[in-house]
Design a protein around this ligand. Structure first.
Ligand SMILES: Cc1cc2nc3c(=O)[nH]c(=O)nc-3n(C[C@H](O)[C@H](O)[C@H](O)COP(=O)(O)O)c2cc1C
Length: 210
């Protein structure tokens, strides 16, 4: 008896329900972002977030996705008020968020308008819900990205999981309101690419050639 070739296995693969379903693909895009916020093992947990700097140059970095809300069209991320990205978004609120999950074979390119929250109810609620280990990042006296003569001293063991509350003044929430989603699903049967734009109170979608 011969072993079946991988090619014939692929021929009998059951395609996901959203494969040829435009609204279904949009629902799946949001479901992936919602899941990514809660699942540290998901590729969607740590998207790349791009901003535009003062010289008009693109600038990107990995950030943790804290929440995704399809009804509000928002993504929530946390950062330091002293960071470069905070200054970038203060000047130019457009951000681009890039997700890729190798297991799901899905890339999402998100266009959004960023809004920064400090010392308001949104920031207070996010700070209250954040873990001590996450709060620690905001405590250091030096601004992130400040030049230092030598690596900073190692944190003593008893400080690694026990943050005081004095990081809160440096803490900011980046709320990104999504108005553009570009989808690319990789499949041996044929890739699927689509785009949705938020317009007149709804998502207007179209398939694109991959
Ligand atoms: C896995 C991972 C997760 C990160 N999560 C965050 C985050 O949630 N917020 C943040 O401000 N920086 C986060 N960073 C650090 C940023 O990538 C970046 O180095 C830092 O924020 C400085 O960026 P900026 O100078 O462009 O502001 C993360 C880095 C990695 C590798």
């Amino acid at each position: 008896m011969s072993t079946p070739e991988p090619r014939s296995e692929a021929a009998h693969r059951v395609l996901p329900g959203y494969y040829n379903d435009l609204p279904g693909s949009l629902d799946h895009a949001w479901a992936m972002m919602v899941r990514g916020a809660g699942d540290r093992r998901s590729g969607f947990h740590t998207p790349s977030v791009a901003t535009v700097d003062e010289a008009g140059e693109p600038s990107q970095r990995v950030m943790v996705l804290r929440a995704a809300d399809p009804a509000q069209r928002t993504l929530r991320l946390h950062t330091d008020v002293r960071s470069q990205k905070f200054a970038h978004i203060g000047r130019q609120p457009r951000v681009s968020v890039l997700f890729y999950d190798a297991h799901a074979k899905l890339q999402l390119r998100i266009g959004a308008r960023g809004q920064l929250h400090t010392s308001d109810d949104v920031a207070r609620a996010a700070w209250a819900a954040s873990r001590a280990q996450s709060r620690l990042c905001y405590e250091q006296g030096l601004a992130p990205g400040a030049e230092v003569d030598a690596p900073l001293p190692e944190l003593p063991v008893d400080r690694r999981f026990a943050a005081a509350d004095d990081g809160q003044k440096n803490f900011a929430v980046l709320m990104a309101t999504v108005d553009r989603i570009e989808w690319l699903y990789l499949a041996i049967e044929g890739h699927r690419r689509a785009r949705w734009m938020w317009s007149e109170g709804g998502w207007q979608g179209t398939w694109l050639a991959p």
